[in-house]
Design a protein around this ligand. Structure first.
Ligand SMILES: NC(=O)c1ccc[n+]([C@@H]2O[C@H](COP(=O)([O-])OP(=O)(O)OC[C@H]3O[C@@H](n4cnc5c(N)ncnc54)[C@H](OP(=O)(O)O)[C@@H]3O)[C@@H](O)[C@H]2O)c1
Length: 256
């Protein structure tokens, strides 16, 4: 698929994976909608790309407030009058045992990572249905394939994305809308720093797994290749990706 001239909406564009994908798409000559909560950070990202103003919309959104989804879609349609690709990437992680996690924080993580993500995809899919074409790419995680301590709700939210999008893909096939699930391993971003504790505080500390993770620029290049292809699913990362077949074929290792 040639991405040049396509209208592509990317959430979580203010940092990490989303920021790197934004730069890669700008080089491909796409028209971009860049979204996340922090307007200042979105403006910084916007200032780093050389597209003309008519080809970029900076649109602050808070996925937790997904009751506003239709207003966000309306803003994009007013600017570009179509949406070719949605990259549903924005999300947060956690660092807390389940028994130490408030129900309100579990709901917050699910609202952002699952309900906000899904609400946006459904609203955009309705536009794509009218266009009779489109692609939805979702950033899940290898933690959507198994669980780990400190990550129960995060892991649940990413497992839920698999269930939803594997079903949604089949439902959208006749409308010529494809769904790509991308599961990163460990990517060197601020995701651990931006994680929340069980009572909602910011962790504000990096983890060695992230520090040693794949560089975001490398991730973005591999992601763009997957986006251009007809693949339904792609893992992107380093040797940590081996944990997925290990979980499938030797599940007892994970309970030892
Ligand atoms: N890094 C990894 O190793 C890794 C591995 C697997 C999966 N992932 C997934 O990759 C995605 C991107 O994460 P990252 O690693 O790039 O971490 P990051 O640097 O912390 O970026 C997270 C992005 O999500 C946005 N975001 C957070 N809460 C939001 C909300 N309520 N509404 C809208 N946007 C929100 C943030 O922007 P604002 O703060 O401006 O809202 C930011 O742009 C996430 O879905 C994450 O789960 C990452």
């Amino acid at each position: 698929m040639d991405l040049s001239g396509k209208v592509i909406w990317i959430t979580g564009a203010s940092s990490g994976i989303g920021e790197a994908i934004t730069y890669a798409l700008a080089k491909e000559g796409c028209k971009l909608v860049i979204s996340s909560r922090r307007l200042e950070e979105l403006n910084r990202v916007r200032s780093n790309i050389s597209l003309a103003d008519q080809d970029v919309l900076v649109l602050p959104i808070d996925l937790e407030q997904h009751q506003h989804t239709d207003e966000w879609v309306k803003a994009v349609m007013e600017k570009f009058n179509r949406i070719d690709i949605l990259i549903n990437n924005g999300g947060i992680s956690q660092k807390s045992f389940a028994l130490a996690t408030d129900a309100a924080i579990e709901r917050k993580i699910m609202d952002i990572n699952y309900f906000g993500n899904v609400a946006l995809s459904k609203a955009v899919a309705r536009i794509m249905q009218q266009q009779k074409s489109g692609k939805i790419a979702v950033i899940a995680s290898i933690i959507g394939k198994f669980g780990l301590p400190d990550l129960s709700t995060y892991s649940a939210s990413k497992h839920a994305l698999y269930g939803f999008y594997d079903s949604f893909r089949l439902e959208l096939k006749e409308d010529n809308i494809s769904v790509l699930i991308v599961s990163p391993g460990f990517i060197n971003t601020n995701v651990a720093i931006n994680s929340v504790t069980g009572d909602g505080k910011l962790v504000n500390k990096n983890s060695p797994a992230m520090e040693n993770g794949m560089k975001t620029g490398v991730f973005a290049r591999k992601f763009i290749t997957a986006l251009k292809s007809t693949k339904n699913h792609k893992y992107i990362g380093k040797k940590e990706l081996l944990s997925v077949p290990f979980k499938t074929f030797f599940p007892n290792i994970f309970t030892a």
